[in-house]
Write a protein that binds this ligand. Structure first.
Ligand SMILES: C[S@@+](CC[C@H](N)C(=O)[O-])C[C@H]1O[C@@H](n2cnc3c(N)ncnc32)[C@H](O)[C@@H]1O
Length: 411
């Protein structure tokens, strides 16, 4: 695809993997002067300048030799199923895709989507109650993080009808109804080993039956996609069988962001994390966690306290490094759960003995600060903890745009 010669500030920031704030500062410092658009006086950047200056300007440790950024040649439309509070949807939107229709049955997740994006069409309710036939041939991609469930096997190659009753069936049904060039399912790594791999095998054979070839499965590590969190997502990409264009996963970035990047002003966010509500630990847990240093966990406690805190799991073996864990500023956060004060998955703030607040949670998932969540504090944590990290969604979005640009060019 031919890239245009000038990039806007936002596009240039994406292209070099820096924040807009950094680029503005570099312009003011004369480090990377922008060109001004004659009428608006907005900053624009010559792509050639960015390419030429790339190696000289940026610190070797930070600079990426790759960028997944690609501009859509036209408006590409998405149907996002199991949309939750919009982690994947916001990421896809940031990449330049248009969210046409979103579905979820959770009242608060839908309210979150409506309040933040009044122009999105939100179908609230069980996916089983909606037909998507009216979108046939009008949508470029169907996405969805269907909850993982076992199929019942009759010992043969699984077909769509055999999966009836599962939420994967609903995902595949919508793909069949809409018939987009590409579909993407996302899930947890555990899907690889679920039922000894048979569940995933069944999904691949069902997609094959409805006319989609599945690209070799990859588990993407969010830390490689500008997310300060060690979360992983399994990506299941199906390409309609009449299409010869190949799909490439987004390339991994070298720079790993950490908790400090998430919560403090820097390259990921242009201000410190805003104040917000948050859960608290019970007094007994505070007394224990007070003894754990940053980057430490239950093994850093005195032996007697280890035993009482861990209870039965003390003798079970295994590292259990996520228990009674205090995160350090200079490391990515461990995977956030849906409830921050939950037992045996503590991710304590580095300096204060408390869980991360709602806005800190959102930052670690790379939601923008202006994306608000509705419902009780517990509901908000759940929506954030369930989400695909926005920046991971954005990079996946670029990979989809790259595929669609090529598909429409070659058609
Ligand atoms: C893992 S979350 C999806 C997160 C979302 N992709 C994001 O990035 O924020 C799964 C979602 O599926 C929704 N869900 C589960 N069963 C459903 C059903 N039968 N119909 C509609 N939505 C459903 C849940 O409410 C939940 O929000």
């Amino acid at each position: 695809m031919v890239m245009k010669e000038y990039l806007t500030l936002a596009e240039a920031a994406d292209y070099v993997g820096k924040s807009k704030e950094t680029l503005r500062r570099w312009d003011n410092d004369g480090k990377l002067p922008a060109v001004r658009e004659p009428l608006s006086n907005y900053r624009v950047y010559r792509k050639l300048d960015l390419d030429n200056l790339f190696g000289d300007l940026l610190d070797d440790k930070i600079v990426e030799s790759v960028s997944n950024y690609v501009r859509p040649d036209r408006d590409y439309k998405v149907i996002e199923l199991f949309a939750g509070a919009g982690g994947l949807a916001v990421g896809l939107e940031k990449a330049g895709l248009k969210c046409e229709v979103l579905n979820d049955f959770d009242k608060w997740a839908c309210q979150t989507l409506r309040e933040n994006r009044p122009n999105w069409k939100i179908l609230e309710g069980d996916i089983r109650s909606f037909s998507f036939e009216q979108y046939k041939g009008q949508i470029d991609i169907v996405t969805g993080g269907f909850p993982c469930q076992a199929f019942s096997y009759a010992g043969k190659k699984l077909g769509l009808a055999d999966a009836r009753g599962t939420l994967f069936y609903e995902f595949a049904r919508v793909v069949k109804e809409v018939n987009p060039p590409i579909c993407i399912g996302e899930n947890v790594r555990g899907l690889l080993s679920h039922e000894n791999g048979k569940t995933l095998e069944g999904m691949i054979s069902i997609l094959d039956e409805i006319g989609y070839k599945v690209v070799p499965i990859q588990v993407l590590k969010a830390i490689h996609y500008k997310v300060p969190q060690k979360r992983e997502r399994l990506i299941l990409v199906g390409i309609r069988k009449d299409i010869a264009v190949g799909y490439e996963y987004p390339k991994a970035y070298k720079r790993i962001y950490n908790l400090s990047d998430a919560l403090k002003k820097g390259d990921l966010f242009n201000c410190d994390v805003p104040q917000s509500e948050g859960a608290k630990y019970p007094k007994s847990k505070i007394e224990v966690l007070d003894m754990v240093p940053p980057k430490g966990y239950w093994r850093d406690l005195p032996l007697e306290i280890q035993k009482s805190f861990m209870g039965g799991s003390f003798h079970l073996g295994g590292g259990k490094t996520g228990i009674a864990r205090r995160i350090g500023w200079d490391e990515p956060c461990l995977t956030l759960t849906c409830s921050p004060a939950q037992k045996q998955t503590e991710r304590c703030h580095p300096e204060e003995t408390r869980p991360f607040t709602v806005r800190e949670y959102a930052r670690i998932q790379t939601f923008p600060d202006d994306w608000t969540f509705t419902g009780s504090v517990a509901q908000q944590y759940k929506q954030i903890g369930n989400a695909v990290p926005v920046n991971l969604g954005k990079e996946v979005g670029y990979s989809v745009i790259k595929f669609l640009n090529q598909y429409y060019q070659e058609r």
